[in-house]
Design a protein around this ligand. Structure first.
Ligand SMILES: [Zn+2]
Length: 235
């Protein structure tokens, strides 16, 4: 699931709007400007519902300094890719606000250790070594799961599944099935070469109207639609 930020200033949202009430209750102690960049795309690492309102856990603009995702209401974003992660499972989490806020149960789609254990996220925030390592491992899979229009750098090919990173020169063996790959050395996420020109090659240079089978989602779709969505297409 990929979203694009549309709003990052709390005071620009009408004072009595439901979203403003929600933001004021969760972000009352922080600056008016949220740690988000308008127009920037964010991958959703977990999806939670507080009451009936969906919140996205994303790596906001302070992520590099804290290393855990932070939740923002879905209405601050528009959806770019609405597919949910195959790495998610469903669970309940125990949510605590400030001292005046009653503890509530919230539903959660997240990677297994997080969705199954209501203390996982708190321990991740605390920087507990085991949690940080487990989340980083899952994050690596989530980062490479879906195509991202903002990622256009293509990994170099050495031989078969062996790739090299154009940024740091690191070589590694990657799965041929993931659309994106991550340099183990510098963590740059790039396009996996087998997916960089599938449509161009398959169409022989000219894309004709027809039906195409997508090996990734197992769906049948129009070739024009498939090409527009830039999913891998064969046949
Ligand atoms: Zn690299």
């Amino acid at each position: 699931m990929l979203v694009r930020c549309d709003q990052n200033i709390i005071s620009k949202i009408p004072r009595f709007a439901e979203l403003r009430t929600e933001l004021d209750s969760w972000f009352s102690s922080v600056e008016d400007r949220l740690f988000l960049t308008i127009g920037k795309m964010y991958l959703v690492y977990a999806l939670t519902f507080r009451g009936s309102i969906p919140w996205y856990f994303i790596a906001d603009d302070t992520y590099d300094g804290k290393h855990y995702p932070f939740a923002y209401p879905a209405r601050l974003f528009s959806l770019v890719d609405n597919r949910v992660s195959r790495h998610w499972v469903f669970g309940f989490a125990f949510s605590r606000g400030d001292e005046s806020r009653r503890a509530t149960m919230t539903s959660l789609f997240a990677v297994e250790p997080w969705a199954k254990d209501e203390t996982f996220f708190e321990r991740l925030v605390d920087g507990e070594d085991d949690c940080v390592k487990r989340f980083d491992k899952y994050k690596g899979s989530l980062d490479c799961e879906f195509p991202n229009p903002a990622i256009t750098l293509i990994a170099g090919t050495i031989d078969a599944n062996w790739l090299n990173c154009p940024k740091c020169g690191e070589a590694w063996e990657a799965s041929p099935h993931e659309r994106l790959v991550k340099s183990p050395q510098c963590a740059t996420v790039m396009v996996n070469p087998p997916f960089s020109n599938t449509i161009r090659d398959g169409a022989g240079g000219t894309l004709k109207r027809g039906r195409a089978f997508c090996a990734y989602c197992q769906g049948i779709q129009g070739t024009i639609e498939a090409a527009t969505r830039t999913y891998p297409v064969s046949g």
